[in-house]
Design a protein around this ligand. Structure first.
Ligand code: NI
Length: 398
């Protein structure tokens, strides 16, 4: 097995310059969710250069194919997301975004480059593993309803059906050279909440003649926090945050309506449904009790993400073999959402973090910021470890 690790590490070195160029090309040419046409063509072109055949499109801008190893075995899937964000890049680098207002600020360029690198390695080492590896270059992670749910509807988890799925995401809080794992529940579900409180506007000096939606909205926002503090199981993380409130014009006018937008996050599907229903009831009945009305709507987001305990444990052990135990960290729960979650409720899944931070080089910006970047040496681990984890899992099942 040490021999295999050495082989993968040396291929990762050999392919590093090429995969770095791939990442830089993707970074300079970002495309928004569901618009990844050039990205998909570029992925296909690279796969052709690698000599990989029978590559298919799925959901227009998704790309998928299978590699068969040296003999029969189970099927596993490796997934990378490929879309970028509506952010204007502020980095002064040669590979800065050429697409105004669009940026790979969440590292999906890195995930795509790494999965291409892993494909090249696994194709080269076909004689060293058995079974089938399904590669998924998934569009639209950043935009609800999310590319994962669309790909699932279009059959990505069938023919062949993967028994495991592995996903990787950059993590600027972890140093380059390290990775992080979390067994069990890892990332939250996230639903958007929209409230419109309708009162009756007029002169602020005569509140008795009108229905003040600002006072009523304040009451609603404060009361809704009771859902977190009094109804949520204290052992079940729950977040209710309102990020936008809009209404009114000037000090002495009571407006007709106020709009509020927020997000609800948690780790249990039943509680998620129940809590949204409570939000609806509480908001409408408070408004009504004060003579106003409240329209409530939700934009359902991704479910919570769960890493299969056993599969993740096997990946942790394999990562320790590949990187050394000191370079494998244990992660905490994270209240952000990720559409890899949709796979994780259907297939034994593992979503892990690739460290990309380098303080000495000044690479510390968070994801979704205009100065996000990575220490590119992490690409070696990104492609190599993913290839190794795939082979280890296929060997485990033999
Ligand atoms: Ni992301």
């Amino acid at each position: 097995m040490n021999d295999l690790i050495q082989k993968i590490k040396s291929l990762s070195e050999d392919y590093y310059e090429e995969i770095k160029e791939v990442r830089r090309h993707l970074h300079a040419n970002p495309e928004l969710s569901f618009e990844e046409h050039n990205t998909a063509s570029f992925i296909e072109q690279k796969l052709e250069e690698f000599g990989i055949q029978e590559v298919h499109r799925i959901a227009e801008t998704g790309v998928t194919f299978c590699l068969e190893g040296n003999g029969k075995g189970k099927t596993i899937a490796l997934r990378a997301d490929i879309d970028a964000l509506p952010i204007t890049e502020e980095n002064d680098v040669s590979y800065c975004s050429q697409n105004d207002g669009v940026m790979h600020a969440c590292g999906h360029d890195v995930h795509t480059a790494n999965l291409l690198g892993a494909a090249k390695i696994l194709n080269e080492l076909k004689d060293h593993w058995t079974g089938t590896i399904k590669f998924i270059f998934q569009p639209a992670e950043e935009k609800s309803p999310g590319g994962a749910s669309i790909l699932i509807k279009e059959g990505i988890l069938e023919n062949p059906k993967p028994e495991n799925i592995l996903g990787q995401h950059v993590m600027p809080l972890i140093d380059a050279g390290k990775v992080g794992f979390k067994k069990g529940k890892y990332m939250a579900s996230a639903d958007e909440i929209y409230l419109t409180v309708k009162g009756k506007g007029g002169h602020a000096a005569m509140p008795e003649n009108f229905v003040d939606p600002i006072a009523i909205t304040s009451q609603i926002i404060v009361s809704l926090q009771q859902i977190v503090s009094r109804f949520a199981n204290p052992k079940m993380p729950t977040v209710l945050s309102f990020g936008k409130i809009a209404g009114g014009t000037i000090t002495n006018i009571i407006p007709d309506e106020v709009k509020v937008e927020g997000t609800f996050r948690t780790f249990n599907e039943e509680w998620r449904k129940e809590a949204l229903e409570k939000i609806r009831k509480m908001a409408t009945s408070i408004a009504e009790s004060m003579g106003a009305s409240c329209e409530v709507s939700f934009a359902p987001g991704y479910p919570f993400l769960i890493n299969d305990e056993d599969y993740t444990e096997r990946n942790i052990e394999a990562a320790k073999k590949y990187l050394g135990a000191e370079n494998v960290e244990e992660l905490d729960l994270w209240m952000a959402a990720e559409d890899f979650a949709s796979y994780s409720h259907r297939v034994d899944a593992c979503f892990y973090r690739l460290g990309t931070r380098n303080e000495e080089k000044g690479i510390t910006s968070g994801v979704h910021t205009p100065t996000f970047d990575i220490d590119e040496t992490s690409l070696k681990i990104g492609m190599g470890l993913m290839a190794f984890l795939a082979i280890e899992e296929l060997e485990f099942s033999q």
